[in-house]
Design a binder for this molecule. Structure first.
Ligand SMILES: NC(=O)c1ccc[n+]([C@@H]2O[C@H](COP(=O)([O-])OP(=O)(O)OC[C@H]3O[C@@H](n4cnc5c(N)ncnc54)[C@H](OP(=O)(O)O)[C@@H]3O)[C@@H](O)[C@H]2O)c1
Length: 274
């Protein structure tokens, strides 16, 4: 599917972190890129680096994927300006940390739209094109949290679980039509994700061990496309968590809950001390 000097790639959330790294990884294959995010200056910076790395054409489009329908619009624009699409990478996303009682239905709707629904819109818009050519590849950047639920991240978990379900179901549907689907489940990655995530007051974000370099995730995404991998798990901690969830699900969620409750208590004590 990945053809050096030919492939056309749409990447959402390409202004920083994993999306930016993915843009660089595909630039090495001289791919044409269509980059989407809200921050135009950041996108321009990434585009300049991609051109230096060898991408022959880079289009940057400022879009807010929290607006319903934008996922469809970006695919239509990509098909028009690049005159095609080979690989669609649904990566844009953010987190919300806090007790579910403090997270409003509107906040849930917004995170759902950005993390899941905009990707679904893009996939739905790209599928007729992929199916007519009997080729194409869809990548969904989910998370290890899409495999193992974490308390105080319920809304984020819901979007990431949904991506895993969607990706695996479509993998089975589309395989015989020549269209590949890969779900990527990174663990902690050193990006702007923690700063960009919305936190309820005094809520600590969940950090599990050392964060990996986003380039590691980007290379795994390239491999997943090349080898048509269904699901990719990254970081040792993430892999162990998924294994424990499969072997001892009840014990795993109880242990995670105990650790997180302890961390929250410590944070509250620290805050009271100040
Ligand atoms: N970092 C981690 O530890 C980790 C672990 C597992 C999975 N992931 C997943 O990896 C993906 C990328 O995250 P990251 O770690 O690279 O974080 P990041 O550096 O914060 O990147 C998030 C990207 O999403 C874009 N984005 C956010 N809201 C958007 C909106 N409303 N419209 C358009 N674009 C929007 C951001 O661009 P603008 O702000 O310019 O719009 C940015 O380019 C996410 O789906 C995340 O869930 C991250």
């Amino acid at each position: 599917m990945l053809k050096t000097g030919i492939s056309k790639i749409l990447i959402t959330g390409a202004s920083s972190g994993i999306g930016e790294a993915v843009a660089y990884a595909f630039s090495d294959f001289k791919c044409q890129l269509f980059l989407v995010a809200r921050r135009q200056e950041q996108l321009n910076r990434v585009a300049e680096s991609c051109l230096k790395k060898g991408a022959p054409q880079v289009i940057c489009q400022k879009h807010d994927l929290s607006i319903p329908g934008q996922g469809t619009v970006i695919v239509q624009e990509c098909l028009k300006t690049l005159e095609g699409l080979d690989i669609l990478i649904c990566n844009a996303g953010y987190g919300i940390y806090g007790p579910t009682i403090n997270i409003s239905p509107d906040q849930m709707s917004r995170i759902w739209q950005v993390n899941y629904q905009s990707g679904y819109e893009s996939i739905h818009a790209a599928l007729p094109y992929f199916l007519s050519r009997r080729e194409g590849h869809i990548v969904l950047v989910s998370s290890v949290i899409g495999k193992q639920a974490i308390p105080f991240s319920a809304t984020y978990c819901a979007t990431k679980f949904a991506q895993v379900g969607l990706g695996n179901a479509m993998w089975g549907e589309l395989k015989k039509h020549g269209v590949g689907v890969s779900v990527i489940c990174p663990g902690a990655t050193a990006t702007e994700f923690q700063e960009a995530s919305h936190k309820v007051e005094n809520q600590k974000s969940t950090s599990w061990g050392r964060a990996q370099n986003p380039m590691v995730v980007a290379r795994a995404i390239v491999r997943a496309v090349q080898q048509k991998k269904r699901e990719t798990h990254l970081t040792v901690g993430g892999k162990i968590l998924c294994l424990l969830e499969r072997l001892v699900p009840s014990l795993t969620i109880q242990a995670i809950t105990w650790i997180l409750n302890r961390r929250q208590t410590t944070t509250k004590t620290d805050t009271n001390d100040n």
